[in-house]
Ligand binder design. Structure first.
Ligand code: NAD
Ligand code: TYD
Length: 353
């Protein structure tokens, strides 16, 4: 048997492919466009592994996707591919609409055409799992209950609006055409192979390089952090046992203010690789202009996933963040390769020279 994964050279998709092949012999066809966020270094450990077939392609390319589906006959498609960075979506929303909305539409059409032709048994067991975000629900006030699957969609950024649109398309393809879909809406991930434009890897690397640690606004915005491997185990569980047409919120019950996250990273680095001048890394914290339309708080109620499918995360924030910092310290080669020209260009667009 085979699954087809899109976006498997990115942060979460890459972790998913590595974990999948570490746990089963079922082959993976990995389709990724290799945008600035796609990185084949992440998959280096799979070189020569015949269970992994990598294809550079756009999810919106119906010819290529149709051909791959016909050739490999996957029992499931898991869609990770997306433009994923809120700040980039503010600077240039076009790519987000193209990949997250138009790309998902084209992928759904390719998959529907394939699924329609499957023999009855395969048609019944086929799944299309769409990986989405808690950001589609908008923002919470301090005392609001966390997001549940029944919250209304109130996306505030071009990124979250494009993901919300893709979720709606997936839902409609189920209700109108019967495509057997599953959707997961997960909170902020962190862990190995995270591209250093996002808060946690950016702070680790800036700290080590003696650069400022930029805090948007007052740093009291709250995110609900989940270790990436826990997100991957949740996706595997939903794929295995999720009810067709349902959505599942995924989260780690780890709400933290950004400033606290940054201070935690600083104190871990103080222990693991202290600054040579005797100062703490927290000295490098710098307050910068806030993100426009910055959502104040995200929090996920993952009760449904726990109750119906028995999933729970393996890591606490404390254990996961320590593993993450240790991973970045031990994998400087990966870091060096990822901080390419395109990355440096982004840093000067966002933070100035
Ligand atoms: P990422 O930006 O690290 O990786 C995205 C991958 O998709 C890259 O490898 C990129 O090359 C590929 N890609 C982009 N456009 C493509 C296209 N048109 N065709 C084929 N491949 C394309 O993102 P991530 O953080 O790994 O997120 C993966 C998914 O999980 C996304 O759908 C995102 O919305 C969702 N998600 C992310 C988080 C998070 O905290 N990172 C949380 C919840 C949900
Ligand atoms: P990010 O990792 O971009 O994820 P998202 O915006 O999808 O939640 O940002 C996490 C939080 O950290 C968010 O509230 C924005 C904030 N942030 C900073 O304060 N400084 C930074 O340099 C970055 C990249 C993010």
């Amino acid at each position: 048997m085979t699954i087809l994964v899109t976006g498997g050279a990115g942060f979460i998709g890459g972790n998913f492919v590595l974990d999948w092949l570490a746990g089963t012999d079922e082959a993976v066809v990995n389709v990724d466009k290799l945008t600035y966020a796609g990185n084949l270094d992440t998959l280096q450990g799979l070189q020569g592994d015949t269970r992994h077939v990598f294809v550079r392609a756009d999810i919106g390319d119906r010819d290529v996707i149709g051909r791959l589906l016909a050739e490999h006959k996957p029992r499931a498609v898991i869609n990770f591919a997306a433009e994923s960075h809120v700040d980039r979506s503010i600077h240039g929303p076009g790519d987000f609409i193209q990949t997250n909305v138009v790309g998902t539409f084209n992928l759904l059409e390719s998959v529907r055409a394939y699924w329609n032709e499957l023999p009855a048994d395969d048609k019944a067991t086929f799944r299309f799992l769409h990986v989405s975000t808690d950001e589609v629900y908008g923002t919470l006030e301090a005392n609001d209950p966390p997001f549940s699957e029944t919250n209304t969609y109130e996306p505030n950024s071009p990124y979250s609006a494009s993901k919300a649109a893709s979720d709606h398309l997936v839902r409609a393809w189920h209700h109108t055409y019967g495509l057997p879909v599953l959707t997961t809406n997960c909170s902020n991930n962190y862990g190995p192979y995270h591209f250093p434009e996002k808060l946690i890897p950016l702070v680790i690397l800036n700290a080590l390089n003696g650069k400022p640690l930029p805090i948007y606004g007052d740093g009291q915005q709250i995110r609900d952090w989940l270790y990436v491997k826990d997100h991957c185990s949740a996706i595997r569980r939903v794929l295995e046992a999720g009810k067709v047409g349902e959505t599942y919120n995924v989260g780690g019950w780890n709400e933290k203010a950004n400033l606290d996250v940054v201070k935690t990273i600083c104190s871990l680095l103080d222990q693991l690789q202290p600054r040579t001048d005797g100062q703490g890394y927290a000295e490098q914290i710098t307050y910068v202009t806030d993100r426009p339309g910055h959502d104040r708080r995200y929090a996920i109620d993952a009760t449904k996933l726990a109750r119906e499918l028995g999933w729970k995360p393996a890591e606490t924030f404390e254990s996961g963040i320590r593993k993450t910092v240790e991973w970045y310290l031990a994998n400087q080669d990966w870091v060096k390769n990822v901080t390419s020209g395109a990355y440096r260009e982004w840093v000067s667009t966002q933070y100035g020279a």
